[in-house]
Unconditional design. Sequence first.
Lengths: 342, 355
Amino acid sequence: VIEPQLVTGPIEGAAGGRYAGRGFFDRLRAHPAGNVTVVFLAAFAACVLAGLFWPASFRFLSQNNFALLMRAIPPIGIISLGVGLLMVAGEYDLSVGAVFGLSSYMMVFAYVAGVPLLLAILVAAATGLVAGLINGGITLAFGIPSFITTLGTLFILRSGGRIISGNKPLSFFPPDWFQSLLTGKLFGVIQAQFIWFLGFAGFAYLLLNRHWLGNHFFAVGGNRDSAVSVGINAGRAKMAAFVISSLFATAAGILSVTRVNSGTTETQSFMELEAVAVCVMGGIALTGGRGSVIGICLGACMLRLVQDVIIMAQLPGFYLDLFIGIVIVFGVTLNQVAKKKY
Amino acid sequence: MTQTSPTSPAAAAATRYTELTRWRRITRSSAANITVLYGLLVLGLALATLFAPGELNFFSEGNLAVLSQQVPIIAILAIGAGILMIAGEFDLSLAGMSTLAAYLLSLAVSRWGLGLFPGLLIALAAAVAVGLVNSFVTLRLGVPSFVATLGMMFTLRGIVRWVSIDPKTGQPGQITFAAGDGFKNVLSGQVAGPLHAQALWLILVAAFAVLLLNRHFLGNHIFAVGGDRDAAQKSGINVAVAKVTAFVLCAVMAAFAGIVQTARIGMVDPAQTLTGLELEAIASAVIGGVYLFGGRGSVLGMVLGAALLVTIENVLVLLRFPGEYMPVFVGSMVIISVIINTNFGARFSAPRRSL
C-alpha cells in the first residue's frame, strides 16, 4: 500500500527523491528550475566570454555594468516572486504593476504630508494589503477567473492612482539611514537592493518549502479537489497567496521609489506581463502546483541580462519584445512537457 | 420533488417554461442585459439633453459623426474577439495584429511600390499567418490561448517596431497612410449627415458574423466546441477546424479594423500596439454577454458592448472628465459583467468550468 504523500513534504523534495537513483541530468530536468538554470548559466558564460573577447565594445565585465544589473533585477525580481507564489497556488495577478505604483505613491504622499516614515511605510503596506484582499475576495467569492479580476483591478488601480496623483510625480527624500539601508552599497560593489531581493527570495523559499502554507499552495494549485478533500482550506491558502503577491509588489515599489527619489503612478507599464514571463521562464507551471523560488530568481536575472545585452550590443529594442514573446510560448510548452513527464 | 406530480417528468419539463416562455426567452438571451443597459443609457442621455440643452452635445451632428467612426472599429474587433471567445479561446494579440496590418499595407503602397491590392493581400496573408500560428501554439502545443497570444502580443509588438524602422533614420517611426483617396473614402468617407462608411462596414461584418454563427454549420460547431469540447468531439465535430476558423477570423477582423482606423487617422504609429485595444475588445464582448469560457454569446451583444464602451468614453469627454476615469469604468464593468455572466447567465447553458 502506498501512503499518500500529498501534504507531508514539499513537492520539490518528492520529485528529487523520486529520481534520486537516476543520473544528474534527469534530476536537473525534473527540477522546475532545471531549464532556466542551464540556460542562464550558458548565457552568463557566453556574456563573460564575449566581454573578455571584445573588452572595448562589449563592456559586460565592467563594475558599472554589474552595478546596473544589480539595480535592475530587484524590482522585477521581487514582483515576480509574489506573482510566482500565487501561480504555484493556481491563480494569476495582473494588477501587480498598478499596485507597485499606487502603494509606493501612497507612501511618498503620506511622507510628504508629514507622516513619520515608518507610518508611511505602513500606509503603503495597507494599500497593498487592501488590493490583495480585493483581488482574492472577488475571485474567490464569485468564482471568476483571477486573470479577469486582476485585469479589472489593473485598470481600476492604475487610473485610480493617476486620479489621486494628478499625473504629477512627488519628490521623495527619506532620512539618510533609510536611503542607504535600501539603496546603499556594501564593499563598494554589492547593491543593497540586491541584498533585499535575496532576502525576499529567502523568505519566499522558506514560506514555499518550509512552512505549511507553502505546502498548501502546492496542493491547492496542483489539484484543488484533492487538496480540499484532505482538509486543506483552499480559500485561505489562495487568499494568502493573493495578499503576498500584492505585498511583494508594494515592497518592490518602495525599493524603486527610494532609488529614484520620486514617487509616481506612471509606472513602467507591462510590468505584470514581464512578471508572468519571468515566472514561465523560471519553470512555474501555468496550471499551478509546480515551481521553485530559485527558478523565479534566475528567470528575473535572465530577463534583465538579455535586456542588458541588447542595450550593450546596441541592438534594436524590438529584440527584447521578440525574446519575451518567444520565451513565453516556448517556456510554457517546455513546462507542460516537464509537468506531464515528471 | 417532495410533491407527487400527476404528469411524467418529461411533460413537467416541457410545461415548466410554457407560462413564462416569452419573458424567459428574452432574459435568457445573452444580449439581454446589454440591450437594457444601453437602452437606458441612451434614454438617460436623451433626457439630459432635453433638460439641459447646450450642456451636453451628445446628439449633435458632430458628435454622432465621431461615434459613427469610433464605434465600428471597436465593434469589429469585439466581433472577432467575441467569436473566438464563443469557441472557448482568447486573443490578446489583436492590437499588434491591427497595427501590423496597417503598417504592411502602408509600406507596400508607399515604400515598396506594390500598389493597393498586393498590399491588401500581404496584410491579409499576415493576419491568416498570425491566426494559424496562434492556433498551432494553442491547439498543438497545448498552451492556454491567453498565454499563447500574450506571447504573440510581445512578438507582434517587436515585429511592428522592426518593420517601422525608417531606413533614413534607423529608428522606428510613423508612416503616413498613402493608399489613395478613393480607398480612403470607401473605408471612412462620409455617407450622409453623421453617418460614415465605417458604420456600413460594421453592418456588413456583423451580418457576416450573424450568418456564420447562426446559419452556418461552422458557427454551430464554434458554439458546440466552446460550450463542451468533449461532447462536441464525441458527436463528431472537428474541434480543430472550428477553433482554427475562429482564430483566423479574429486575426483577419483585427487586421481589417486596423486598416479602417488608419484610413481615418491617416497614419500608423508603432505605439498603437500599446493602447490596450485587445483588452477593450475583450471587455466589449464580455460586457455584451459573451461567456468567458465559451459556448454562449451573440453578435448583437458584442456590438452593443462596444457601443456602450465608446459611448461612455465619449460622454466622459463631453463632460470634460479627465481621461483617467475611463479605465476605472472599463475595469469595473469587466469584473461586474463576468460575475453576472458566470453566476447568472451561464446557468442556462454552459456548465461552469475552471480555467
